[in-house]
Design a binder for this molecule. Structure first.
Ligand code: FE
Length: 135
């Protein structure tokens, strides 16, 4: 099953292209420790791209301080750019969020977000690459 819109690389290719922490989080569904990610407290205006493939995933406009220790957004930049999967790992029932273009693990979405959508996209900094909007 091959989709021309998708970016598909072997695990070996990803391992060579990404730094070890980004590889661990995006390709092995890892989680960075709370309050350690580089974008946790960032409030600058801009767009957060996928750290693995560069796809624009989240806007700073939807970022808010959830107090969780991870960058939190109430919505993706576009509903098409992320996909969601049931995740029953670690004895929890959660909804995993992945990049729709390269299938990289981003984080999880929880139903305890702010009024705008009621959703909290809890995303690892290691899965994101911030691009500041200087205009
Ligand atoms: Fe991606």
């Amino acid at each position: 099953m091959s989709d021309p819109e998708k970016i598909e690389k072997t695990e070996e290719q990803w391992k060579q292209e990404l730094d070890s922490e980004t590889y661990r989080v995006t390709r092995q569904a890892g989680t960075e420790a709370a309050f350690t990610g580089k974008y946790c407290d960032l409030k600058d205006k801009g767009i957060y791209n996928c750290a693995a493939c560069g796809e624009p995933l989240f806007s700073s406009e939807a970022k808010y301080d959830s107090g969780s220790g991870w960058p939190s957004f109430y919505a993706p930049a576009d509903s098409e750019v992320v996909a969601q999967h049931d995740d029953h790992s670690h004895g929890m029932i959660r909804t995993e969020v992945v990049c729709n273009k390269c299938d990289s693990h981003l984080g999880h979405v929880f139903p305890d977000g702010p009024p705008e959508t009621g959703l909290r996209y809890c995303i690892n900094s290691a899965s994101l690459d911030f691009q500041e909007d200087k205009s």
